[in-house]
Design a protein. Structure first.
Length: 317
């Protein structure tokens, strides 16, 4: 029988175990059991799940180094102005914890992390300096009947060890307030040349509060020092071998003469000083949800649209 005729006899189907497309000859056990070559003959994987409850296929799909997330925002997220999507929180919590695990967000804002923790059966602890945001997050926790598992603490994140015992947290998931950049960097900074473009300027999120202790009101150097304090505190409350995921975004400070501020690099330096190991770096691609603006046109200054953030994954040794 020729190879061509043999191919014609093969029956194509989806593997009943991994769902990948495959084929088999009629009358074979593989076709009867609807299994691909990789899955044929394999027994159930009885190895203990040490980190999470993902299947092997889910583990592989979650390991992409560049990711997009559905960006549908709730009313309270629009009020906050700088929340990460629930889909992002859901993925990170499912990767780095098991059901019943403890997740800490030291800059919880309006409570996206806690909402997802309640949905996934994790215990959530959120710390928030802005009392309006904290009250909104707390009200939603109560409304969802999750007060027993989700806690909102009104305080400065630098004081988190007053509220959270050492070695008690399974995951830190957060995005810090971005120093003075929300005040000093304007979304329309390139519109010195706006007469050459009909594109509408894009506004930055509003500053979170006028509180002098708000990290978002600090100058950049002081902001990094405050982050160092938070990193040291989160390292203390994490269990050994646990992870921390911080969502950070680079920016520009043109008024200070800085065309590019490498925030994620500076953050990593501070995290390593605090005793963390840099474990991974995932690019959060946000270009689909952000219009391209004509930055610097038509001068000699050409700028990229910064359409991505970084998920900096740290691990406590």
């Amino acid at each position: 029988m020729t190879t061509a005729s043999a191919r014609q006899r093969r029956v194509r189907f989806a593997c009943s175990r991994c769902e990948d497309p495959t084929d088999a000859f009629p009358g074979t056990a593989r076709l009867v059991r609807k299994l691909c070559r990789a899955c044929f003959g394999k027994g159930a994987d009885r190895r203990p799940r040490e980190l999470n409850e993902l299947t092997g296929k889910e583990w592989a799909l979650a390991s992409r180094s560049v990711e997009e997330y559905p960006d549908t925002r709730s009313e309270k997220q629009r009020e906050h102005g700088a929340c990460f999507p629930p889909a992002l929180a859901r993925q990170q919590i499912e990767i780095y914890t098991r059901r019943g695990g403890v997740v800490l967000d030291p800059f919880v804002g309006v409570g996206t992390t806690l909402d997802v923790c309640a949905e996934l059966g994790r215990r959530g602890i959120g710390i928030e300096l802005n009392r309006t945001f904290a009250n909104r997050a707390r009200a939603d926790v109560v409304r969802a009947g999750a007060s027993a598992t989700q806690q909102v603490i009104s305080d400065d994140a630098r004081n988190l060890r007053r509220h959270v015992p050492d070695e008690s947290v399974d995951l830190v998931l957060t995005s810090p307030p971005y120093g003075a950049l929300l005040k000093d960097v304007k979304g329309a900074f390139a519109y010195k040349w706006k007469e050459h473009s009909a594109i509408a300027p894009v506004a930055n999120p509003r500053p979170y509060s006028a509180h002098p202790g708000d990290l978002g009101n600090l100058e950049y150097g002081d902001f990094l020092d405050a982050l160092s304090t938070c990193l040291e505190a989160t390292r203390a409350v994490l269990r050994g071998g646990a992870y921390a995921v911080w969502i950070v975004k680079d920016f520009r400070a043109l008024k200070a003469g800085l065309p590019y501020v490498n925030l994620h690099g500076h953050f990593i330096e501070r995290a390593e000083r605090a005793g963390f190991t840099l474990w991974d770096l995932r690019i959060y691609n946000q270009t689909r949800h952000r219009p391209l603006v004509c930055l610097g046109f038509p001068s000699r200054r050409f700028y990229l649209n910064i359409g991505h953030s970084y998920l900096v994954v740290l691990r406590k040794p």
